[in-house]
Design a protein around this ligand. Structure first.
Ligand SMILES: Nc1ncnc2c1ncn2[C@@H]1O[C@H](COP(=O)(O)OP(=O)(O)OP(=O)(O)O)[C@@H](O)[C@H]1O
Ligand SMILES: [Mg+2]
Length: 246
C-alpha cells in the first residue's frame, strides 16, 4: 500500500513518442477495487496514458501498483504483475479461434496460475461472463461481430486474472445496447472479483454511470477530477471540458 493508500498511484507521469511529448505530468490515484473513468477530447493522450500504465511507451515519473514501483517495466513484467490492457481496436488475433485467443491471454500469467486446471477453470469463468463466447469457441475471431470481438478482448484480458484492467474505448463502433451490456458486465466483473478498472471512454454518460471517480484529460494534463456522479450532474463541466453533452 502506498503512502496515499491508493492501489494505483501515478505521479508526475510524462510520456510520448520520440520527440513528441504527449503526457505532461499526470497525477492519478485509483483505490483498490474502484472503477476510474478517463474522459477527454480526441488527441488528449488517453490512449497514451493507458499505454504508459501497461509499459508500452517510455515514461518518466512514477507508477506504483499496490505499493510496488512499476515505472519503466516492460509490458510482460507488468502483465505478470496483473496489469491487463484491452487496447483501442481490441487487439484480438483475427485468424485464431476464440478459444486460442482466450488461451493466449493466460500465457503471461504468473507461474502458480499457469497450470492446466487453473486455465480451464478460467475459460469457464470467462464464458460465464460472456456466454456468447462459449458458442463461438472454435470460430475464427475475425468472424465475430464487433460486440463479440470486444467481449473476446475483455475475456482474453480476464484470462490473466488481472488486478488492474485497462480498457480503451470499449464502446467504439458498437450499438448502444451492446455497449450497455458490455458496461454491465464490466461492473459485474469489478464487483465479483474486485478488479480495479481504468476505462477510457468517449461515451462519457455510460462511463460515468459505472465509475466511482472520473478524470478529464486535456492536452496531456488532468484538468478535472472528482466523483463521477458529480461530473455527470454538472452540465457546465461537460460543456466546457468535454465539448459535448453527457
Ligand atoms: N504511435 C504514435 N507515434 C507518434 N505520435 C502518436 C502515436 N500515438 C499517438 N500519438 C500522438 O499522441 C497524441 C495523443 O494521442 P492519444 O492516442 O493518446 O490520444 P487519445 O486521447 O487516445 O485520442 P482519441 O480519443 O482520438 O483516441 C496525439 O497527438 C497523437 O497524434
Ligand atoms: Mg485513444
Amino acid at each position: 500500500m502506498s503512502a496515499s493508500g491508493a492501489f494505483l498511484e501515478v505521479t508526475d507521469l510524462h510520456a510520448g513518442y520520440g520527440d513528441a511529448r504527449v503526457l505532461h505530468g499526470v497525477d492519478l490515484a485509483v483505490g483498490r477495487g474502484e472503477i476510474c473513468a478517463i474522459l477527454g477530447p480526441n488527441g488528449a493522450g488517453k490512449t497514451t496514458l493507458l499505454r504508459a500504465l501497461s509499459g508500452m511507451v517510455r515514461v518518466r515519473g512514477g507508477v506504483r501498483l499496490d505499493g510496488m514501483d512499476l515505472t519503466r517495466r516492460p509490458p510482460d513484467a507488468l502483465a505478470r504483475q496483473g496489469v491487463a490492457h484491452v487496447p483501442e481496436g481490441r487487439g484480438t488475433f483475427m485468424p485464431l479461434t476464440v478459444e486460442e485467443n482466450l488461451r493466449l491471454g493466460a500465457f503471461t500469467r504468473s507461474g502458480r496460475r499457469r497450470g492446466r486446471a487453473a486455465v480451464e477453470a478460467d475459460l469457464e469463468r470467462v464464458c460465464a461472463y460472456f456466454p456468447v463466447l462459449r458458442a463461438r469457441m472454435r470460430q475464427a475471431a475475425g468472424s465475430l461481430s464487433g460486440g463479440e470481438q470486444q467481449m473476446l478482448a475483455i475475456g482474453r484480458a480476464l484470462m490473466l486474472r488481472p488486478r488492474l484492467l485497462l480498457l480503451d474505448e470499449p464502446s467504439l463502433g458498437l450499438a448502444p445496447m451492446v455497449t450497455e451490456e458490455l458496461f454491465r458486465i464490466v461492473r459485474t466483473i469489478n464487483e465479483e472479483e474486485r478488479t480495479t478498472v481504468v476505462v477510457v471512454e468517449q461515451n462519457a454518460h455510460l462511463a460515468l454511470g459505472v465509475a466511482g471517480q472520473a478524470h478529464v484529460l486535456e492536452s496531456g494534463r488532468i484538468v478535472l477530477s472528482g466523483p463521477a456522479e458529480r461530473i455527470r450532474a454538472d452540465e457546465q463541466v461537460a460543456r466546457s471540458y468535454l465539448g459535448y453533452r453527457i
